[in-house]
Ligand binder design. Structure first.
Ligand SMILES: NC(=O)c1ccc[n+]([C@@H]2O[C@H](COP(=O)([O-])OP(=O)(O)OC[C@H]3O[C@@H](n4cnc5c(N)ncnc54)[C@H](OP(=O)(O)O)[C@@H]3O)[C@@H](O)[C@H]2O)c1
Length: 366
């Protein structure tokens, strides 16, 4: 008989990196509705994992209360992680797009048990078939950043393909900026994609990922944009903030043209008063990828997520979008702790992902 338990990595108490540990826990229950049970081959770590593990995640105000009641399969043990790639073991009765044996990449539900586990339940609406040109580790680095970037540019900012406009992306070298700049340049075909980066290596990486211009976020943003002397027929109409919303909102409002649009994905306390937000009639939009599923507002947008993942797989197989994975690590508890340390240092370039078959010591997930 198949074992009823599995190895997983998570926390019993939210806090420092050392609180992350391996534990034998019950396997997820049988998939229902549109859920699939997936054997996890690879995961990637995102800043949200660090915030959740640290007990400081504040995108939804009551997050920790919700999670407490939704992680009942392993009480008092929260399995962290959102991005993953693996093989479908079993499908729920209403799954349409996948069957057992399919190679998939996916995003787990932010309020349920996560992907740092041998098996995970995934909703088919938040999964796609793994791109053939990527291995599991590369595929696991894609879903969260790609879907957030796509939703921000296309749904929140409403950028139209081929529009003659410029976009400013704050933090071009991180996991988010490096995929957003590719979508802006290679999919939406914006002629000007300005990113920010402060180190030679992040500047170079951001250029490789589609930036037509890179400025330094540790220097005067307004002056640097003025110095670019952008062509008058390509207005700086859009901005996407992926770091310190409170710090960048003012300068971004200064450089956008009237009626421009700003989207941020980073929660912060900030004040629009005294900025050019009102005088320029600028639009500000939040984007949180978890919105639909967290609020059980499962409209057609959730279906779109699946379509985005399938489209992304095609774009990657065609070479239109490049994988932004920069470091590969063996998927053990210590491997995960090490990746949390690297991200915590604030100097990640692109993405870091972990796989069960990567070289190194130790049993996977232990
Ligand atoms: N709302 C959502 O649904 C959603 C989804 C995904 C991510 N997020 C959030 O988006 C943020 C970015 O995620 P990410 O994966 O891109 O992060 P990341 O990969 O950890 O970003 C690393 C980069 O941040 C840059 N950086 C450090 N301090 C900065 C500063 N003060 N200003 C500008 N850039 C700075 C560094 O570039 P330099 O070395 O060049 O300075 C570094 O290369 C996180 O807070 C994450 O939680 C939200």
């Amino acid at each position: 008989m198949a074992p009823s338990t599995m190895q997983a990595v998570g926390v019993t108490e939210y806090g420092p990196i050392e609180n992350l540990r391996a534990k034998e826990v019950p396997k997820p229950p049988k998939p229902t509705d549109r859920q699939m049970l997936v054997q996890v081959k690879a995961i990637s770590v995102n800043p949200i994992d660090l915030k959740v593990r640290g007990g400081i995640y504040d995108d939804p105000p009551e997050y920790y209360e919700r999670v407490k009641s939704l992680t009942q399969e392993s009480p008092n043990f929260h399995i962290i992680g959102y991005d993953g790639a693996g093989v479908v073991l079993e499908t729920g009765p209403e799954v349409n797009h996948f069957k057992a044996g399919d190679d998939v990449f996916y995003l787990a539900n932010p309020a349920k048990q996560g992907t740092y586990a041998e098996e995970v339940l995934v909703d088919e609406r938040h999964a796609g078939h793994k791109p053939q040109s990527l291995d599991f580790v590369q595929a696991a680095s894609m879903p969260l950043t790609y879907a957030t970037a796509y939703e921000s540019l296309v749904d929140r900012l409403e950028i139209k393909q081929g529009e003659k406009a410029a976009v400013l992306i704050i933090n071009g070298g991180g996991g988010m900026g490096s995929i957003t700049s590719q979508i802006a340049r290679n999919v939406l075909k914006l002629p000007i994609v300005i990113t920010t980066a402060s180190r030679p290596e992040t500047v170079e990486f951001s250029r490789k990922m589609g930036a037509t211009h890179v400025i330094n976020h540790r220097q005067d943003i307004v002056k640097q944009i003025q110095d670019l002397d952008l062509p008058a027929d390509t207005p700086l109409k859009y901005a996407f903030i992926t770091s310190r919303t409170e710090q960048y909102l003012g300068p971004v409002a200064d450089v956008l043209v009237p009626f421009g649009k700003i989207c941020s994905i980073v929660q912060a306390k900030f004040d629009m008063y005294g900025t050019q937000m009102m005088s320029k009639s600028l639009t500000f939009a939040w984007c949180w990828l978890g919105t639909g599923v967290y609020h059980n507002y499962l409209n057609d947008k959730e279906e779109k997520h699946h379509e985005w993942y399938e489209e992304m797989a095609q774009l990657m197989d065609q070479g239109t979008i490049k994988c932004h994975l920069m470091q590969r690590v063996r998927l053990t508890a210590e491997g995960i702790r090490e990746v949390h340390r690297r991200l915590d240092a604030g100097k990640a370039i692109g993405k870091i992902a972990l796989g069960v078959d990567e070289p190194g010591e130790g049993r996977a997930f232990c």
